[in-house]
Design a protein around this ligand. Structure first.
Ligand code: ARG
Ligand code: ZN
Length: 414
């Protein structure tokens, strides 16, 4: 073998091993932390030591990166909290379970291409480009039903699109729906796109309200989940001087900024350097402020948990104005969902039912805009597939949420 061939072979090996080493989530472990562990887990989350993947009842499922395995173990042992290792190497696990990935590679996506995308896909999750092709298509094909415009650009310069579904009669009532603020929650934008489609094809349900839908509020993060790290949550801000990227866009709103969030850029709940430091939250805020007086319902779509959360999220001590109406209308929603597909959703207070977290869309809409009905909706499922929810759920999940939302709109306008 010539020296050059050996050298070339060496180079290829180095590049390959580098690629393997750089796979996101390599040697990250998934642990189940036993009951009474929620406070320690919250502290470790804020400190940037772990990521919370599931929080049912008092137990937590967490992702622990290799560099903090020892510290997390010590913290749990010191507090006398039991834990169990569920997955030893998350990267290997993700590769094996990468259902969307496999589909993505072999998918027949021919019904949604750059030249024509007449309807959202329901057997596959859509790429950000496909979402844009769909929005462009309906904007040109249904000009009397919908107007799509950009309300701003992301950190990396992608458009944040707002779909305005036009009522058939003049209206002074508006509904706001935000989706995709957290990158890995793929079912959220998928449902939002199907809601848009339902609303432009079935005109009667929303004929007397202006509906505004942002189907993808964090396009950079979403693209990153397709290309690099399926479990990415934040936006793609490069945090100057810090080792870690990204701001949690649902901790960046100016409402009790910094409570139940983190000032550590390595934390999954990093609030950012100041409230509204991010172009994505600024764009949403400005568009919502323009509608301020007309907004009667604000709904932020997230996943997962099958819960409809009402404010406040920043404190367990204070009661949200109109709490009883929030619960009553919430129950209209969950009942309609159940009637549609049998899926059970629960109405909960955000802080008590989940955890204390401020700087989110919901609290800001209630506090700054005084919108009466404000919720964060945690879509399917309850943790079996979690963020990796199979695309086979897209259609039924969209259908149940469509039924829930139309019943709520009917009820609050009755
Ligand atoms: N899963 C959502 C999040 O972590 C829940 C937000 C609920 N609202 C709140 N203000 N805490 O962002
Ligand atoms: Zn979320």
């Amino acid at each position: 073998m010539s020296v050059w061939r050996v050298l070339r072979w060496l180079m290829v090996m180095i590049v390959m091993s580098d690629a393997i080493m750089c796979l996101p989530n390599t040697r990250h472990q998934v642990w189940r932390v036993g009951s009474r562990g929620s406070n320690v887990v919250q502290q470790l989350l804020v400190a940037g030591m772990l990521d919370v993947l599931n929080h049912s009842g008092s137990s937590r499922t967490v992702r622990v990166p290799p560099e903090s395995l020892t510290e997390v173990k010590d913290a749990l042992q010191d507090a006398g909290i039991p834990y169990q290792v569920l997955i030893h190497d998350l990267a290997a696990h993700l590769q094996a379970a990468d259902e969307e990935g496999r589909e993505r590679r072999s998918a027949d996506n021919s019904s949604c291409t750059v030249s024509s995308c007449p309807a959202p896909l329901n057997t596959h999750y859509m790429t950000f480009s496909q979402m844009e092709w769909y929005l462009r298509d309906v904007n040109t094909s249904s000009p009397t039903r919908i107007t799509v415009s950009s309300i701003g650009k992301s950190v990396e310069g992608r458009n944040i699109w707002l779909a305005h579904i036009l009522p058939s009669q003049p209206s002074d009532k508006a509904v706001w729906l935000e989706a995709g603020l957290h990158a890995r929650e793929w079912i959220s934008p998928a449902v939002a796109l199907h809601l848009i489609h339902h609303m432009i094809t079935n005109t009667s349900a929303t004929s007397s309200v202006d509906v505004f839908i942002v189907p993808m509020a964090n396009p950079d993060g979403y693209v990153y989940t397709w290309i690099t790290d399926r479990l990415w949550r934040k936006n793609r801000r490069v945090n100057g001087g810090a080792r870690c990227d990204g701001v949690d866009l649902n901790r960046n709103w100016d409402s009790h900024f910094g409570v139940g969030a983190s000032n550590n850029p390595c934390s999954e709940v990093y609030q950012g350097p100041s409230a509204f430091s991010e172009p994505e939250t600024k764009a949403l805020r400005d568009a919502m402020l323009k509608l301020k007086d007309n907004l009667e319902l604000v709904l932020a779509l997230h996943s997962y948990g099958q819960d409809l959360l009402y404010p406040w999220g920043w404190s367990t001590g204070e009661e949200a104005p109109g709490k009883h109406d929030l619960i009553a209308i919430g129950q209209v929603f969950t009942q309609a969902v159940k009637n549609a597909t049998g899926t059970e959703y629960a109405v909960k207070n955000a802080a008590e039912g989940y955890y204390v977290a401020s700087g989110a869309t919901d609290d800001w809409a209630m506090e700054a805009l005084h919108t009466k009905y404000v919720y964060t909706l945690e879509l399917r499922d309850q943790g079996r597939q979690g963020f990796l929810l199979e695309p086979a759920n897209i259609l039924a999940c969209s259908e149940e949420i469509w039924q829930g939302i139309t019943q709520v709109i009917k009820k609050i306008n009755a």
